[in-house]
Design a protein around this ligand. Sequence first.
Ligand code: IMP
Length: 432
Amino acid sequence: MVIVGAQWGDEGKGKVTDLLAERADLVVRFQGGNNAGHTIVRDGEEFKLHLVPSGILHPGTMCAIGNGVVIDPKIVTDEIDALRRRGIVTGNLRISANAHLIMPYHVFLDTAGEAKLGSLSIGTTRRGIGPCYADKSSRLGIRVQDLLDEKILRKKIMAAMEPKRQLLRPHAKDPALDLHAMTEEYITYGHRLEPYIADTAHLCWDALDAGKSVLFEGAQGALLDLDHGTYPFVTSSNPIAGSACVGAGVGPRDIDDVWGITKAYSTRVGSGPFPTELEDEVGETLRERGGEVGTTTGRPRRCGWLDLVALKYAVRLNGMTGLVITKLDVLSGIDPLRIAVRYRHPEGATFEEFPYHQSVLHHIEPEYDEVPGWHEDLSGIRNEEDLPQAARDYLQYMSDFVGVPVTLVGVGPARDQVIWAGGREPDSLNPA
Ligand code: IMP
């Protein structure tokens, strides 16, 4: 099964992965890097993870960081240390030898690139993600396996830095960019990470061939997809389900279910088009009640109404089989609610489908359907039947519009604050 974000990221994938990981034998991250951030609340304890899959909290589940992920080795070693300090066993973690490494110069280039764009900046997380994927495509990337050979590592760093000399000139004296110091630092990470480095594609094949359940965990969301999102205001990887095959090393036929995660409203961090954005009191209410602040950067998130044109697009792009709706509780007390069902261009054209043209997308205005809200507190509800009728209707509206059944609904941050649609938690991820 694949778990993907159906919006602009931050849909609550971490919690869903954590819930499903219990029923999985292997959890694999397949793209992105520490631009992502997952907050998981377990037994009142909060865990913030950027690279290690949320499945790590289950001692019986193997976790892998796949070849499609870009890894900042400092972040992953810090995460491992922090987990171990809190008594979490990390022996089940594997890191792909083929995953690419974020190097100090990637972080500098990310920041410099944004500064250069000025008012046109993308609003990246400044974690070096874009420059790292660019080096991967240019075949100048440094991979996890290179950490195990000092000579090769030094040579590759030299080759990778050479074409960047001009751009890095303002930072030439920065100790982080010193070839010797950088090589030493990364070799130290190599020593630390060596026990975790593995052929993670093989790990997936073995699990799949043995009939075990594998959960592929995406980061970010469909509308941040490099090919299909709101380019250029996107991330530099493909957060859609098809990318699980490339980023983990499995075939399309290895994927059965695809669950897309969406909030009951919309949010976005960084720049770029956001048709249903609210810059009024309702937007502020959503931000406050939903705690809409970025896990990675601490930036306040832009908030808006649910956008079913965009969600339908995400459903099709991912071939979704199930819809997980998070943060339904945040909408309590907002009455009526508005749902975007089509877009209208100022020149008159209407769009029932998500427009591919950038300048169209920048100008359209959403058309809304207004539906009744509810006032009850949903946070204690665990069964669909106990939800207020208006909340049930809202879920049904979403499901009918996009043609995918709702499988799970979130009504609060804690692990148990969920409603399994159909009234029953699945025993395993494998279809019966
Ligand atoms: P980058 O991935 O750091 O290059 O940033 C590119 C765009 O993706 C920016 O708009 C970021 O705010 C956004 N982005 C990247 N990762 C996440 C995420 O995990 N959640 C939400 N937005 C993200």
